[in-house]
Design a protein around this ligand. Sequence first.
Ligand code: CDP
Length: 247
Amino acid sequence: MILGGRDTDLVLLDENGIRCDGRKIDEPRKIMIKAGVLKNADGSAYIEFGDNKIVVGVFGPRDVHPKHLANTDTGILRCRYHMSPFSVEERKKPAPSRREIEISKVIKEALKPAVMLEQFPRTVVDIFIEVLQADGGSRCAALAAASVALADAGIPMRDMVSACAAGKVADTIVLDVNNEEDQAGQADMPVGYMPNMEKITLIQLDGVLTPEEYKKCVETAIGGCKLVYEIQKKALTDKYFSNGGNN
Ligand code: CDP
């Protein structure tokens, strides 16, 4: 039995290799994605990734305001990740925090390689991410949902961007770190990945890993991304093909 760092009563990994929420080390949380949930957006998606609940609305390609931001050679991508005040235990101030500004940027950068922005110069695609409930790994959940929302908006893409984190808990590399594991564990590594092009578009690391652990963590996270990809595809096929395309 291995106890966590801050909360000494929390068993991060028991003698049978079971984690604090009952999962095995290579087991992701339950994931559900629904495409096309907002009537006023050009594309949208809702994701439940464990206890994360996130909705994404995509608008565009449309005229850029302010106009001086427009690029004559290519379209631009804008992204806002926002947490609702009730999304976490302690009330989150509605104004954008440093963390939200950082996550908005990393999600935008993670999506950019997939979106064929060169096909719509002078325009912008806006991605609005609203976190209704957060429980660790919200940037990966948001990135996966944003990718589905872009596809739902009909934005030309080279590939989907899937996302999943891996981390180190009780000296063990585990898939999909939850909030308790993020707080008490040793490392958290969110990864964004284009599954067909086999390219990583996001990698961050909070914690310390040996070179071998780093490699294993990346491989584990990519394995998770491939699982998420199947759920992303299902969200789109459910919307566009389950009702003779009349959805
Ligand atoms: O959500 P993600 O793991 O991508 O980002 P993080 O900065 O590592 O945050 C981990 C978790 O901390 C979030 O998912 C929330 O559950 C929690 N959190 C919080 O309780 N209050 C905040 N103001 C921000 C995050």
